[in-house]
Write a protein that binds this ligand. Structure first.
Ligand SMILES: [Zn+2]
Length: 140
């Protein structure tokens, strides 16, 4: 038993291990597995099966890799993209929630997004960040 422990310890020494990107790939793996169960077409089942195994092998490769710097760079890239997607999703959900009372318009000078009250007609607006005056036309 001690020899197995020693062997495992030696095997995993210096390996990268798990991270956020690997966890997301595993979630993707299970989503594809569920789609694969639902899919009834033989062609799509084969395609999903290949994608599923590619994802799983990528997870195993990343987990056991000794090139820690490269794996860390991949994880940073993933986190940057992932949190941008989350921010975009949250921003648009806020816009949908505010649709009844607020309108979002871009400043023509600095491109900042302004959250304006929902009042029909043309209004003069002063951008709070660059102090430019411009007109907005709110139709609905
Ligand atoms: Zn501005």
């Amino acid at each position: 038993m001690w020899k197995i422990k020693q062997w495992l310890s030696n095997f995993f020494y210096g390996r990268y291990g798990n991270d956020t990107f690997n966890f997301a790939l595993l979630v993707l793996y299970f989503i594809i597995a569920i789609i694969n169960v639902i899919a009834r077409n033989v062609f799509s089942i084969t395609i999903f099966f290949l994608i599923q195994w590619t994802v799983l092998l990528t997870v195993i490769f990343r987990c056991l890799s000794r090139n820690i710097a490269a794996r860390r760079r991949e994880n940073e890239w993933f986190q940057r993209v992932f949190y941008k997607c989350i921010a975009w999703f949250k921003y648009n959900m806020q816009r949908i929630r505010d649709f009844k009372y607020k309108r979002y318009r871009k400043c023509p000078n600095c491109k900042a997004v302004l959250r304006l009250p929902n009042k029909k007609g043309k209004h003069g607006v002063k951008c709070p960040s660059c102090h430019t005056d411009f007109k907005v036309n709110i139709i609905i």
